[in-house]
Design a protein around this ligand. Structure first.
Ligand code: PMP
Length: 306
C-alpha cells in the first residue's frame, strides 16, 4: 500500500493493515472527537530513537482528559506496543501516529457509552514540507481563515476536529501556489501554522507565540527554545506578533514534529530577510538535526531507543 504500513496496533492487538478498520457510525468520524499525536523516530548510530516520546504521551493524555476520554492502556503498555510496532515493521526513521477516539455506541453528540479506541500506526515519512524546503525555505501566505479562539475550543490540546481549520488554511495556500499557510488568531495577530509553530528572529533575538495566542505548544517549539537558550539567545516565548511584523522580520521559521525546523523565505510574496534560510535559523536547524540524529550526546533523556 501507499503508506508502507502493514501492521497496526488497535486496542491491545496487532492487526494486519486491512483488518484495522472502524465502523462508519463511529462517534469521532461524525463529531471530530479524536485526540492524537505525531511523533518522529530517528535512525541513529545507536539504533532507532523515538524523540520526546514521554512528552508526546503527556500531551495525548492531556488531550484525552479534556474530552473525558478514558484511555484504558497504561503509558508503559502504549510505549511497549509502539516499540514493538516499529520493530515488527523494521522501521528506523519513521513517523508515529497514536490516536484515541470515541468509537461506536450511538450517535448522539454525547459520547456517553462510546468506547475509547486507541490505535498506533507508524510509517516512513520524509520532510513534511519537502526536502528542498529544509534548505531553501518555503513560500507561505497568511490565510484568510482565522484560528479558533481558545475560548471557543481548547487549542492547547491536539483534537482531530480542529484540523478542519488547518486543512482549509493549508489548502487555500496551496491553491494559491504557496507551500503552507500562516494562521492569525481571532485578534488578528499571528497564531501558528496549520501544523507548525512559528518563530521570528529580529536583531538577534528570538520570538515565538505562546498559548494565549491560541496555539498548540509544540514539543519541537520547546526543543528549539531550549537549544536557542543554550546557545545564548534571548527567547521571547509568549510574544505577540502582529501580521505586519512578519513581513519585516529578519528571519522566520516553522517548527513541528512533522515539519522539524523549516525556514520561511517569503510571506505573501514578500521576501523575508534575504529570501533564503537565515543564519540563526540555520544554526538552530543544524543544532536540531545534530540532536535528533544523535551526532551530539546532549539531552539523551529525550530519546527512547528501540
Ligand atoms: N501547532 C499545530 C496546530 C500542530 O498541529 C502541530 C503539530 N503537532 C504543532 C503546532 C507543532 O507541535 P509539535 O512540535 O509538538 O509537533
Amino acid at each position: 500500500d501507499e503508506m508502507d504500513v502493514d501492521t497496526i496496533w488497535k486496542n491491545g492487538e496487532f492487526l494486519d493493515w486491512e483488518d484495522a478498520t472502524t465502523h462508519v457510525l463511529t462517534h469521532a468520524l461524525h463529531y471530530g472527537s479524536g485526540v492524537f499525536e505525531g511523533v518522529r523516530c530517528y535512525d541513529t548510530d545507536r539504533g532507532p530513537a523515538v524523540f520526546r516520546w514521554e512528552e508526546h504521551l503527556d500531551r495525548l493524555f492531556d488531550s484525552a482528559k479534556m474530552y473525558d476520554m478514558d484511555i484504558e492502556h497504561s503509558r508503559e503498555e502504549i510505549t511497549e506496543a509502539t516499540l514493538e510496532l516499529l520493530d515488527r515493521q523494521d522501521l528506523e526513521s519513521c513517523y508515529i501516529r497514536p490516536i484515541a477516539y470515541y468509537g461506536y455506541d450511538s450517535l448522539g453528540v454525547s459520547p456517553e457509552g462510546c468506547p475509547t479506541d486507541l490505535v498506533l500506526a507508524a510509517w516512513p515519512w520524509g520532510a513534511y514540507l519537502g526536502e528542498e524546503a529544509l534548505e531553501d525555505g518555503v513560500d507561505v501566505m497568511v490565510s484568510s481563515w482565522r484560528k479558533h479562539a481558545s475560548s471557543q475550543v481548547p487549542t492547547n490540546v491536539k483534537t482531530t476536529g480542529l484540523y478542519v481549520n488547518s486543512m482549509l488554511a493549508g489548502e487555500e495556500a496551496r491553491r494559491n501556489g504557496y507551500v503552507e499557510a500562516i494562521v492569525l488568531n481571532k485578534e488578528g495577530n499571528v497564531a501558528e501554522g496549520p501544523g507548525e509553530n512559528i518563530f521570528m528572529v529580529n536583531d538577534g533575538e528570538i520570538y515565538t507565540t505562546g498559548p494565549a495566542q491560541s496555539i498548540l505548544e509544540g514539543i519541537t517549539r520547546d526543543t528549539v527554545i531550549t537549544l536557542a537558550e543554550e546557545r545564548g539567545y534571548e527567547v521571547h516565548d509568549e510574544a505577540v506578533i502582529s501580521r505586519g511584523q512578519l513581513y519585516t522580520a529578519d528571519e522566520l521559521f516553522f517548527t513541528g514534529s512533522a515539519a522539524e525546523v523549516t525556514p520561511i523565505r517569503s510571506v505573501d510574496d514578500t521576501e523575508i530577510g534575504a529570501g533564503t534560510r537565515g543564519p540563526v535559523t540555520e544554526e538552530l536547524q543544524s543544532a536540531f538535526f545534530d540532536l535528533v540524529e544523535r551526532r551530539t550526546g546532549d539531552h539523551d533523556e529525550w530519546f527512547t531507543y528501540l
